[in-house]
Design a protein around this ligand. Structure first.
Ligand SMILES: *Cc1c(COP(=O)(O)O)cnc(C)c1O
Length: 368
């Protein structure tokens, strides 16, 4: 019998909505440490490029984003035919999954990780297979490899992991790529790679030379400070890239985003300087937390993780009342972005009071 209204796919109808970081109410001085953004305004060269580009927005952008894909290929030492750009790396991931997944296929990822993953997997028609992190907030790579079945089409690695913070090492990723069947696409999401300061960081673009089943995701939203313009990209072998491009929204990167991303690539030194500033602040925040008695996971992105378990929401409420917006994941923990020094100081005061109020013998949960 015909239904009286348009149907939605049942799996789409039941999807949880993506929860964005809290936004400040108008007119009040608050520090927004809830969305892992860079606290600095755009670089002058980026603003100048946007000014110029604004005069051309009556025209469509270059459908193939030729200039940007060539510039990215040059930066990473790969051909432009290995670059897929899109409206943020979240959109690129969606296109990658659409290109490889059929109904009933499985996609393995760590959990808790980036909340866009389970949504993107289900929108692509596949089944999410979430493998719990270990007690230090790290990917459990043996368990992830063991979760691969005949139905697995892709496995997503998030390094550093949003929201817990630890990064995978290059050796760990190599080892995983050795044991995962070559028919499984391994997606290495390096959204925060610029902030990593471990001795053996991953280098996705370099790994591409040896692994045909690898896709590397990068973004201009974090280190480059262009979250509002939505530009991200994937690097992969040529055949896969053709498929990803075919599954992509045409003109996915707009005129303004393209201009800003190119200007950002041209300002690499300034970008590095800003990243270094954030890294130093991150180390200062970590040291402050540790001094207060917090036990938190290693932080290799531009954020820290408080494993507060069921207290996560209450902590976020207290922080908001004090003028700091943080991101609570109910029942799990709180992610706090590294912002401007005053914001970080205020967050440290909130964190210190929280522990003091709990009393000296109150146990801080070591993990979730
Ligand atoms: C922020 C983030 C991205 C980037 O998303 P964009 O769509 O490029 O803004 C990708 N992956 C992870 C894990 C992130 O935290």
């Amino acid at each position: 019998m015909a239904s009286s209204r348009p149907g939605l796919r049942p799996d789409i109808e039941s999807l949880p909505a993506y929860v964005p970081g809290a936004r400040p109410a108008a007119g009040r001085q608050v520090f927004k440490l809830s969305s892992n953004e860079i606290p600095f305004p755009p670089l002058p060269s980026v603003v100048a490029a946007l000014d110029t580009a604004a005069a051309e927005v009556n025209r469509y952008p270059d459908m193939y984003a030729t200039e940007l894909t060539e510039a990215l290929g040059a930066v990473h030492g790969v051909g432009a035919e290995r670059v897929t750009v899109g409206n943020g790396s979240v959109a690129v991931l969606a296109h990658v999954l659409t290109a490889v997944c059929a109904p009933g296929d499985e996609v393995v990822f760590a959990w808790r990780s980036f909340e866009a993953y389970p949504i993107a997997v289900q929108v692509a028609g596949a089944r999410p297979v979430a493998v719990p992190l270990d007690v230090e907030g790290r990917h459990d790579l043996p368990a992830m490899a063991a979760a691969v079945t005949e139905r697995t089409r892709a496995l997503i690695l998030c390094s550093p992991n949003n929201p817990t913070g630890p990064a995978l090492t290059a050796a760990e990723v190599e080892e995983l790529l050795e044991v995962v069947p070559p028919s499984v696409l391994v997606v290495l999401d390096e959204a925060y790679i610029e902030f990593v300061r471990t001795p053996d960081p991953t280098d996705g673009p370099a790994l591409l030379a040896r692994h045909r089943n690898l896709v590397v995701l990068r973004t201009f939203s974090k280190a480059y400070g262009l979250a509002g313009l939505r530009v991200g990209y994937a690097l992969a072998r040529r055949r896969l890239t053709r498929g990803f491009r075919a599954a992509s929204t045409p003109f996915g990167v707009n005129v303004m985003g393209m201009a800003a991303a190119l200007a950002g690539l041209g300002a690499a030194d300034e970008v590095r300087e800003r990243v270094e500033h954030v890294v130093l602040e991150r180390e200062r925040v970590l040291a402050g937390l540790s001094e207060q008695g917090w036990h938190v996971p290693d932080a290799q992105g531009n954020f820290v993780w408080l494993p507060l378990g069921r207290q996560a929401g209450a902590f976020a409420d207290v922080a908001r009342q004090q003028g700091v917006l943080v991101r609570a994941f109910a029942g799990d923990g709180v992610r706090v972005s590294v912002g401007e020094p005053e914001g970080n100081d205020l967050f440290l005061r909130v964190a210190g009071h929280w522990l003091a109020d709990l009393g000296a013998d109150a146990a801080v949960p070591a993990t979730r």
